[in-house]
Design a protein around this ligand. Structure first.
Ligand SMILES: [Zn+2]
Length: 287
């Protein structure tokens, strides 16, 4: 899908894109109507509570290491590691996105109880049953909302297609979402939760964003999102994972190759399972 590997070869210095960043607005970034009074959870509290049990959760996050002691610490979120800054209204953050949260809870339960990483893909009919079509779209919208909050935090303008997708559209013409697993994340995260960095490319004059890549994981399995500015989208960007009952799990060696969209070969076990179940796993392969 991403054929513009060369563009990312020379990494610009930190702060090189600061002039392109937009400052947070007082209005909710989704509805653009109501005041932004709430912060979305970076990780769902239920995920964190499950990982935590009665223990201390040691957090490797945006600004070094933090320790959260006891479930009360998750609620208080003194260090701002659980929630994003306030960028959404309560209606969008709670009521409107409830179905997305429910779909994500099931997905995340499944990922923590199944060795998905060695499989050729993920079987959404197994997770959601007969309602897989609606639920898989809602799962993708959970990630869309999460990525939207991250864009706001990083000063990246939120693409209109992401908002209309959250409003109920069933596709994003200038963006692509794929299921992914990344080896370098697997080595450090185990069953933990990780956000990857937000990657951007800009034009040579550094006056416009050209594309974004963002990923979020449960353990080492998650979703990769890519957006392209007008005229930048490749001819064959791949299909959206949320249109298939059994989308392919794209494997990456590290986050650099995830950014570039350069997949590694699936394991022999995954290839064998795919061969056995062919044509059950429909391709939304990145490259
Ligand atoms: Zn709103």
């Amino acid at each position: 899908m991403t054929r513009n590997r060369g563009k990312s070869r020379n990494m610009p210095p930190l702060g090189a894109f600061d002039h392109l960043k937009v400052s947070p607005r007082p209005l909710c970034w989704w509805c653009l109507e109501r005041p932004a009074t709430t912060g979305e959870h970076k990780y769902k509290r239920s995920d964190l509570a499950r990982m935590m049990g009665d223990d201390t959760l040691v957090w490797f996050g945006d600004r070094g290491m933090r320790e959260l002691r006891g479930q009360g610490a998750l609620k208080r979120d003194r260090y701002g590691v659980v929630k994003f800054q306030k960028s959404m209204c309560a209606v969008c953050n709670n009521t409107r996105s409830q179905p997305f949260d429910r779909a994500y809870d099931k997905f995340s339960d499944y990922l923590t109880s199944t060795r998905v990483r060695i499989l050729p893909g993920i079987d959404f009919e197994e997770i959601y049953g007969a309602s897989w079509q609606t639920d898989t779209l809602d799962l993708a919208r959970y990630y869309a909302k999460h990525f939207g909050c991250r864009m706001v935090r990083s000063g990246m303008p939120v693409p209109k297609s992401l908002r209309t997708f959250l409003d109920g559209a069933d596709d994003m013409p200038d963006a692509h979402m794929a299921l992914v697993t990344t080896d370098s994340v697997h080595r450090v995260a185990g069953k933990g939760l990780t956000l990857s960095a937000d990657f951007v490319t800009v034009n040579p004059e550094r006056t416009k964003f050209r594309s974004y890549v963002l990923a979020a994981y449960v353990g080492a399995v998650g979703v990769r999102y890519q957006w392209w500015a007008e005229g930048q989208k490749p001819d064959e960007p791949g299909s959206q994972f949320f249109h298939f009952p059994m989308p392919v799990l794209n494997c990456f060696k590290d986050e650099k190759s995830l950014f570039a969209g350069v997949t590694r070969k699936p394991s022999w076990f995954a290839r064998f399972s795919q061969w056995l179940s062919r044509p059950a796993y429909r391709s939304d392969r990145l490259s």
